[in-house]
Ligand binder design. Structure first.
Ligand code: FA5
Ligand code: MG
Length: 434
């Protein structure tokens, strides 16, 4: 539990970045009737799926939190829409609501931590609709109008006013306005992003928010912000201790538009520091707008895949979507200590691709093309060379690693994938192959 003994068993290194970064990854709603529906109308079908293990839906209409969503509502051939079919197929999968899936097992363990340490005070929301308005995703959490996360390069837009949420913070302001003061929001979030073992365009976050009243901090003799920051770190360190026991971790100062001060927690995993969560003391403006002028609050956003990778020793984020029995059968409800046993390791196959870029080229757009062609057969896309010639033309060379986690790929298959990637890079991104 959250005892000083348990905390000292964990090695925390305080680490401060010299400059505060303008955080790239931040934060987007839908008048799709009831995005805040917390009815359990979809829970039956999810429970049924849970028993049968999970399958990719082949449906063109989904139901999330009681809201019916057709494919045509999400994927459209229209310049204000950048959602590909592959992303639609992930909507409604609800890995976080499956008790036998590592993401669901982890969510339940975090719920247990909060229930036992805060006497069931935290309310839980885990089926809020992932289709939200630009206002909810960005404006309500003070993301500046020119912030990079708002771009079509970073976020999946359904139309100019509607996005697939890129963080669970999209629900913070609304829940505060409705009067909730202690809550956890878990859900699938969507981002156009790079491709490697710890990044995936769909992943799961858990948001936590706690609001304090003057009575809480006044007795401590501390100012409200320091009190909330201290309480936040204590809460998350306690959670980390409960989940991991002894693991190397450190706090990093950072920037989020919606918190100040802001921090990230990193855990040492696979010989690198892995960022697992962002958090901080809520900007007063957010509280003010929800009618809470005299209060202070903290908030956090946990990356559930990242935490589950460390916890279950899952080496590649794509595995969370695997329907292979050799993966799914290794996890059961309530079992947190299980370490994943890799069932096969096939060699990766690398293909390099060089091209002249234009001003509109972005790596995220290339990654979308590669994912569109190769799906989960792509393991990593890495820039390995970059130069500008005397005429001012810029060339990039990307190395694409193909590897299936379930079977060997044939040369023929990989060559075909690479050929299609080259074709589509030319036709969709207007790059000139070298
Ligand atoms: C956010 O999304 C903030 N909304 C978190 C927050 C909430 C801060 C409340 C303050 C207050 P960030 O973009 O850093 O922050 O993402 C949070 C976590 O999501 C990361 O620490 C990481 O664990 C996970 N994450 C981010 N991108 C990906 C990705 N592409 N694949 C898997 N996990 C990811
Ligand atoms: Mg981050």
């Amino acid at each position: 539990m959250n005892t000083p003994m348990a905390i000292s068993a964990t090695h925390f290194t305080l680490f401060h970045k010299t400059s505060l970064l303008f955080h790239k990854r931040c934060f987007r709603s839908f008048t799709f009737s009831t995005p805040f529906s917390s009815s359990s109308s979809s829970s039956l079908s999810v429970q049924k799926l849970g028993r049968q293990k999970w399958r990719q839906p082949v449906v063109s209409v989904l139901e999330i939190g009681g809201v019916k969503i057709g494919k045509d509502d999400v994927v459209r051939d229209d310049p204000t829409n950048n959602v590909p079919d592959t992303i639609f197929s992930k909507l409604g999968m609800q890995l976080h609501r499956r008790d036998q899936h590592p993401i669901g097992i982890l969510k339940n363990a975090i719920y247990d931590y909060f229930d036992s340490n805060y006497l069931n005070k935290f309310e839980k929301f885990d089926h809020l609709c992932p289709i939200v308005s630009v206002k909810e995703n960005f404006d309500d959490v003070l993301v500046p109008a020119d912030h990079v996360s708002r771009s079509y390069n970073d976020t999946y837009y359904i139309d100019a006013q509607t996005v697939l949420r890129c963080h669970t913070s999209a629900h913070q302001a609304e829940l505060l306005r409705r009067g909730h003061t202690h809550f956890l929001v878990t859900g699938d979030v969507y981002r156009r992003d790079s491709i490697d073992s710890t990044h995936y365009p769909v992943f799961h976050q858990m948001e936590g928010v706690r609001v304090f009243s003057p009575d809480d901090w006044e007795a401590s003799g501390m100012d409200a912000t320091s009190y909330a920051a201290g309480d936040l770190k204590k809460c998350l360190e306690g959670l980390a201790c409960q989940l991991f026991g002894s693991v190397e971790m450190r706090w990093v100062d950072t920037y989020f538009p919606f918190t100040n001060p802001s921090f990230e927690l990193e855990i040492y995993f696979q010989e690198k520091w892995l960022e697992v969560l962002g958090c901080g003391v809520t900007e007063q403006e957010i509280l003010k707008r929800s009618g809470k002028n005299d209060n202070v609050a903290w908030a956090f956003g946990l990356g559930l895949e990242r935490l589950a990778m460390v916890l279950f020793e899952i080496p590649d984020i794509r595995l969370f979507w695997s329907t292979d029995e050799r993966f799914t059968s290794q996890f059961s409800k309530g079992q947190l200590g299980v370490k994943f046993k890799p069932f096969s390791k096939f060699p990766p196959c690398y293909k390099d691709m060089s091209f002249w870029v234009n001003d509109s080229f972005t790596e995220n757009n290339l990654c979308e093309v590669v994912r569109g062609v190769a799906g989960d057969l792509v393991e990593e896309v890495q820039l390995i060379d970059n130069f500008t010639n005397e005429k001012g033309m810029t060339s990039h060379c990307y190395r694409i690693a193909y590897r299936s986690m379930e079977r060997s790929l044939t040369d023929e298959e990989i060559n075909q994938l690479q050929w299609n990637v080259r074709e589509q890079a030319q036709s969709k991104l207007n790059v000139v192959l070298r």
